[in-house]
Design a binder for this molecule. Structure first.
Ligand SMILES: *Cc1c(COP(=O)(O)O)cnc(C)c1O
Length: 423
């Protein structure tokens, strides 16, 4: 099935139930068992079926199947936010004493989670340059459990060398996790380039209208074999799990990575996706590729305008031929489309503030991927928890302004930026 068909049909059969065209919202906490034997079979995984909405929900299940189809994955699990998707993906393989390798170009929330919060659980993060992966292989050791990066990073708008990262990871038997939130499943599918695990904040382009928070983890086919081949590095998948009556995940004929997220992490930590939010996200997915195409087109128009304005500099948009990642956008992203994020530099911090405060159509918002255009000052907001050195390394100067270009007419968007820059 082609992506746009999967976006509309995967995971839902309207001949079931009442034949509703809209996927029903199963707003329930728990599910009745036929009898005690049925209940026992479900808990023992002898039979698959719903037990409790913290673990599974039929509405969320449709979204999971749809995402797995869109990302060319073998399985998916939805969670309450992008942040919990990242945490679960990492915590599924790393424990106290382990380390992970993280990109130097990451979303602010991922930076605090992966450098500060997980350190409190004894997991350390080492930073590598994702744009060329030149320092990646040298940092891998016996305790390295995952390589985490963003395909198209927010807010630096840099494209990772996905092929090289995948190749180094494969050679060393280390799991790769790609945050594909900004590129979106409509433009790029990391699994097709050799990545093991894909995460998204579905709060952004998937939702599309800023109406719900969500996250998803997708795994490629064949993860059980990967864990068996690398069983020394990943013993939790090949040895009995004492918390699940001795289950050996790699023996189960289900997508292993997301199975363990569900049975261990979601069960115990519980950041479950709300069924209503799943429904909003299912509706968003139907138009994802259409919206992202228009976001990309609008962003290119806006970026060209900004590039022509002498009062701003360093317009960063990988759809521009002048951009250092233009070649990577052409190589990796569908038709070279580069999604909706642009950054540029104002002459000073004061000028940046003035532009942000003078814009009328662009709302001052830290979100991205909304149909409405958004503007933000990353250094004082999304990345304000980073220190001076971290900000410099992440390429976030105090003069940088980030735009999430929406779906309005670009005539109006460019007029608005013009008056804000000249104000
Ligand atoms: C927003 C975002 C996240 C976090 O997602 P939430 O749904 O807000 O928890 C993670 N990664 C990227 C790239 C993001 O843009």
């Amino acid at each position: 099935m082609q992506n746009q068909t999967a976006a509309i049909h995967a995971g839902y059969d309207n001949s079931q139930g009442h034949g509703t065209m809209s996927v029903p919202i199963t707003q329930t906490t728990a599910y009745a068992f036929r009898d005690s034997e049925h209940a026992a079979n479900l808990f023992a995984l002898k039979e698959l079926g719903p037990i409790y909405t913290r673990l599974t929900n039929p509405t969320t299940d449709v979204l999971e199947q749809r995402y797995a189809a869109l990302e060319n994955g073998a399985g998916a699990i939805c969670v309450a936010s992008g942040q919990s998707a990242i945490f679960y993906a990492v915590a599924n393989v790393a424990v106290a004493g382990d380390n992970i390798l993280i990109s130097d170009k990451l979303y602010g929330g991922a930076v605090t989670l992966l450098t500060h919060t997980i350190k409190r659980f004894g997991i350390t993060a080492k930073v590598f340059k994702s744009e060329d992966a030149s320092d990646l292989e040298a940092q891998i050791d016996d305790k390295t459990k995952a390589i985490f990066f963003e395909s198209l990073s927010n807010p630096q708008i840099a494209i990772a060398d996905v092929e090289k990262i995948a190749e180094i990871a494969k050679r060393n038997g280390v799991l790769t996790i790609c945050d594909n939130t900004v590129a979106t499943a409509a433009l790029f599918n990391p699994i097709n380039w050799g990545i093991d695990i894909v995460v998204h904040s579905t709060s952004k382009y998937t939702n599309g209208q800023g109406t719900a928070i969500g996250g998803v983890i997708v795994e490629r086919d064949g993860m059980a074999e990967f864990f068996k081949e690398n069983s020394e590095r990943y013993p939790d998948f090949t040895q009995p799990d004492p918390s699940y009556h001795g289950l050996v995940y790699s023996d189960v004929p289900l997508p292993n990575f997301t199975l363990r997220v569900r049975l261990a992490l979601l069960r115990d930590i519980g950041a479950a996706q709300a069924p209503f939010n799943s429904w909003l996200l299912i509706n968003g997915i139907e138009t994802l590729s259409l919206r992202v195409a228009q976001h990309s087109k609008n962003a290119l128009d806006v970026a060209k305008y900004l590039e022509s304005n002498p009062k701003v500099s360093n317009v960063c948009y990988p759809g521009l031929e002048s951009n250092k990642d233009y070649g990577k956008a052409q190589k990796y992203f569908k038709d070279g489309q580069a999604s909706g994020l642009i950054s540029f530099e104002a002459a000073s911090y004061e000028e940046a503030k003035k532009i942000i405060d003078s814009a009328k159509l662009f709302s001052v918002v830290v979100n991205i991927g909304d149909s409405k255009s958004l503007i933000v000052h990353p250094a004082s907001t999304t990345h304000s928890q980073m220190n001076e050195e971290e900000l410099i390394n992440a390429g976030i100067k105090s003069t940088v302004v980030r735009l999430s270009v929406g779906l309005e007419d670009t005539v109006d968007l460019i007029d608005d930026l013009k008056q804000a820059i000249d104000a």
